[in-house]
Ligand binder design. Structure first.
Ligand code: FDA
Length: 584
């Protein structure tokens, strides 16, 4: 007999675990979350927060989304990504990033009701964790996962209370391993992984210092410092990252992975900070220093039986592109509704198999992209002549040569410009952030081929209602002037059917079939004099169906199915699709 029982036990209260707990509690599912430490993240590792993640928070409630914005640095202060010899020294070039280039900004605004922002993990985790606990999650801190055993009916997990040292067992219907890059749950489960850990060494130095005079005129999250002769490693060069404008900072600095991690004391941290800032008199207040390794590994399977892994447990990669915590939260958004549906009896267990099918390709994609982004710093070094010598004097001469009036120098300037511009694949890859299109049993095709991308799918998001894609965002208006996104109309733990004038029969069918299958389906009719009006015409342009057609949207905003026109047998058609999507 287990000591404690719950429906879902979540190991870890990082971005993945806290988001999953918050979503499950919002859906009314009993869950318990454990963390081996007494509190949440103590360093602000993740920070770039993309639109898709903010849509998850928005789905949890506008107050949750707004709270994250309160703690975040706004997008306008994120984007003057500077490459320089030091903050006080010469600037080598700049790239407008994170949706701050006017063209990119327009795409961001048209894509989503939510904004990209910089919300350090130390602020994001408490927002998610508080949402989870206030809505029902039983959280136990200082509680360590030790092992688990699963059988046909559930999972028995052994934990240790680290305050008393006592072990106890938790019996749950499902177990979620959101226990980070050294996941013991994934290891115990024997998940298949590809890639390798520890490809480079890096250290974080967190400090307080007012650097306004060096940065306020070119506000950014990231300042990349290239110094001839400086040891490079980890993410390739010195990085000065803003935590709070412009008083709290995090320096990333590499170390040789073949040597033991260095001891980062106040003297060493001050020396690195002075060198990257370019101010030999700089006084810093050291807040924290730690070392970590750059990894290149992803799981090719994310679950076995009743145990599911997510977040860094399944995708381990460098911070490039800022995808880690974002993807972790989005893993939770994919899994939570499926667990809820099965636990509520709204779906059969087969629905859970779609988690692997949908999220494992994303794990591979983001790990590959993040590591490729590191490689793509190479042309910048190359263009500055930093790879042609190991002699710092010679390297500096090579860099300086770009300032001459010769044809060779012009070529060098062009190469540097192009190399910096190409870093858009790391710093403004909107497509990587938003373009996930799922292929699984939980998205039923309508026989139409997948629309091809007309632009680079890594850089540009292209919306479609093709089943498996995220529902396009369009602003709609109620009679009283209230504005809501199509994403606001869907989500919130239920299935949604969107139709238009002439498609009212879909709503009757949704009520009828929903009752027959015991699943809640919300239906909205969009059109003139209807509940929601498409004044801009954006929805009509994006939906790829006729007024009388229908789009069935899953709780994670992805399209489950669509019908171009009104079907002769709406109820029969809907039942066929739902039985397939929900494994009923
Ligand atoms: P995470 O590691 O955060 O949490 C794991 C949880 O499990 C913790 O609560 C831990 O205590 C708990 N745990 C572990 N073992 C346990 C056990 N045996 N028993 C009980 N509990 C256990 N990402 C991003 O999206 N944008 C960004 O800008 C950046 N930037 C960035 C910079 C730097 C320097 C780093 C190192 C990383 C980033 N990241 C990032 C990545 C991001 O920090 C990372 O992807 C997320 O923290 C992963 O979240 P998880 O919840 O999966 O694991």
């Amino acid at each position: 007999m287990a000591d404690i029982t719950t429906d879902v036990l979540i190991v870890g209260t990082g971005p993945a675990g806290s988001a999953t707990a918050a979503l499950l509690s919002s859906y009314g599912i009993e869950n318990m979350a454990i963390n081996r430490y007494r509190w949440l993240a103590n360093t602000p590792r993740a920070h770039i927060t993309n639109q898709r993640t903010m849509e998850v928070l928005r789905d949890l409630g506008r107050e949750v989304e707004e709270e994250a914005y309160l703690f975040a640095t706004e997008q306008d202060l994120m984007g003057e990504n500077v490459f320089c010899e030091s903050l006080a020294g010469e600037e080598l070039g700049r790239l407008r990033t994170w949706g701050t280039h006017p063209n990119s900004r327009a795409e961001h605004i048209l894509t989503s009701p939510s904004h990209m922002n910089d919300c350090p993990q130390t602020y994001m985790e408490p927002v998610l964790f508080k949402t989870a606990c206030s809505r029902g999650t039983q959280a136990r801190m200082s509680t360590e996962y030790l092992s688990h055993e699963q059988d046909a009916d559930g999972v028995t997990t052994t934990c240790r209370d680290r305050l008393s040292g006592k072990e106890f067992t938790v019996r749950s219907k499902y177990l979620v391993g959101a226990d980070g890059g050294n996941s013991k749950v994934a290891e115990d489960l024997g998940l298949k992984m590809e890639g390798r850990m520890g490809v480079a060494g890096s250290m974080n130095i967190i400090f307080n210092a007012d650097l306004s005079k060096y940065v306020a005129h070119r506000p950014s999250v990231l300042y990349w410092v290239l110094q001839p002769g400086a040891e490079v490693g980890g993410i390739g060069m010195g990085l000065v990252r803003m935590i709070r404008p412009w008083s709290r900072w995090l320096i990333n600095w590499g170390y040789d992975i073949n040597q033991p991690p260095p001891v980062v004391d106040e003297a060493f941290a001050t020396q690195v900070a002075r060198s990257l800032v370019g101010d030999p008199e700089l006084q810093i207040e050291l807040v924290d220093a730690s070392t970590w390794t750059v990894n290149n590994m992803y799981a090719t399977e994310m679950s076995k039986g009743r145990v599911f892994c997510m977040g860094d447990a399944t995708h381990r990669h460098p911070p490039s592109n800022g995808l880690g915590s974002n993807t972790s939260i989005q893993d939770g958004f994919n899994l939570a509704w499926k667990l809820a549906f099965v636990l509520k009896g709204w779906a059969g267990p087969g629905l859970l198999e779609s988690y692997d099918a949908e999220r494992a390709p994303v794990a591979k994609q983001i790990v590959t992209r993040a590591n490729q982004s590191i490689e793509e710093f190479g042309p910048i070094f190359q263009s500055l002549g930093l790879l042609d010598s190991v002699d710092p004097v010679k390297m500096q001469e090579n860099m300086d040569r770009r300032c001459e009036g010769t044809p060779e120098a012009e070529d060098q300037r062009r190469a540097l410009r192009e190399a910096i511009a190409a870093k858009v694949y790391e710093f403004d890859a909107h497509g990587v952030e938003m373009n996930q299109r799922y292929r699984s049993s939980a998205a039923v095709t309508d026989g139409q081929p997948e629309p091809a991308f007309t632009r680079d799918p890594e850089l540009h998001f292209e919306q479609t209602t093709w089943p498996g894609a995220r529902l396009p965002h369009a602003w709609l208006f109620a009679e009283d002037g209230t504005r809501a996104s199509t994403l606001d109309l869907s989500g919130h733990g239920v299935l949604t059917l969107l139709t238009g004038l002439g498609g009212e029969a879909w709503c009757e069918a949704a009520a009828e079939v929903g009752q027959a299958l015991g699943v809640e389906i919300v239906c909205h009719v969009i059109g003139p004099r209807c509940e929601w009006q498409d004044h801009y015409g954006d929805w009509a342009r994006a939906r790829e169906i006729s007024d009388s057609g229908a789009v069935l949207v899953r709780p994670d905003h992805h399209v489950a199915w669509r019908s171009e026109h009104l079907a002769a047998d709406t109820a029969g058609e809907l039942e066929r699709v739902l039985r397939s999507v929900l494994d009923k």
